[in-house]
Design a binder for this molecule. Structure first.
Ligand code: C5P
Length: 222
């Protein structure tokens, strides 16, 4: 079975950055599952479909033509890399992500990303629902303030508008929705390595995760 490393955690915990670094280090594939939910949110907004139209949303999710090229994301041939990274796209994503029909529409799609030599998948339910038999599971957290701060710097770097107090409020609202929904809520898998990263550098987080990966799979150590 193809090996999978799952990295779950709340919004702004640094999952995306860390997952990218782990995948690059191992030479494995990468799945940014949040991008899929962001794409469903965007498609739904554009089509005027609301979060209460479960079947219509699932149809949109099943029929999206998505292509990832490194950091770039294309939806039906149009580049949407920046559009899907805004906070409003994140919020739209978390609304459609609470719809069970949307989650089932994306389930097999996500599993199909598991290809040799291995996959690093980041999201909210990678270790609990999508890849329950993953080789290594990580749950990455940080305080809401620290996560808002990181998001602020990320958005600024991309030249996007950002306001820190709004970001803290939005992150709390999104945590609340992601943690309390009935399907695939944001919770650590019982067998996940929990890394609290508020006071850690990216390098320190990466080192902890790689230690765990090498301990579990000694053949990957170079
Ligand atoms: O990770 P990211 O912030 O891009 O995810 C956007 C939203 O998509 C999250 O707030 C969450 O509601 C949803 N999501 C999810 N399950 C995943 C990944 C993302 O519900 N595996």
């Amino acid at each position: 079975m193809t090996r999978v490393i799952t990295i779950d955690g709340p919004s702004g915990s640094g999952k995306g950055t860390i997952a990218g670094l782990v995948a690059a280090r191992l030479g494995w594939h990468l799945l940014d599952s949040g991008a899929l939910y962001r794409l469903v949110g965007l498609t739904a907004n554009r089509a005027g479909v609301d979060a209460d139209q479960a079947e219509a949303l699932a149809d949109l999710a099943r029929n999206m033509k998505v292509e990832f090229q490194g950091d770039r994301v294309f939806l039906d041939g149009e580049e949407v890399s920046l559009v899907i990274r805004t906070e409003s796209a994140g919020n739209a994503a978390s609304k459609v992500a609470a719809v069970p029909e949307v989650r089932s529409a994306l389930l097999q799609w996500q599993r199909d990303y598991a290809r040799e030599p291995g996959l690093v998948a980041d999201g909210r339910d990678m270790g609990t629902v999508v890849f329950p038999r993953a080789t290594v599971k990580v749950f990455l957290t940080a305080s809401a303030e620290e996560r808002a701060n990181r998001r602020y710097n990320q958005l600024k770097e991309k030249g996007l508008d950002a306001n820190l107090p709004d970001l803290v409020a939005e992150i709390r609202e999104r945590d609340e929705r992601d943690s309390n929904r009935s399907v695939a809520p944001l919770i650590p898998a019982p067998d996940a390595l929990e890394v609290e990263s508020t006071a850690l550098s990216v390098g320190e987080v990466l080192a902890r995760i790689l230690d765990k990966v090498y301990e579990t799979c000694p053949d990957l150590r170079v």
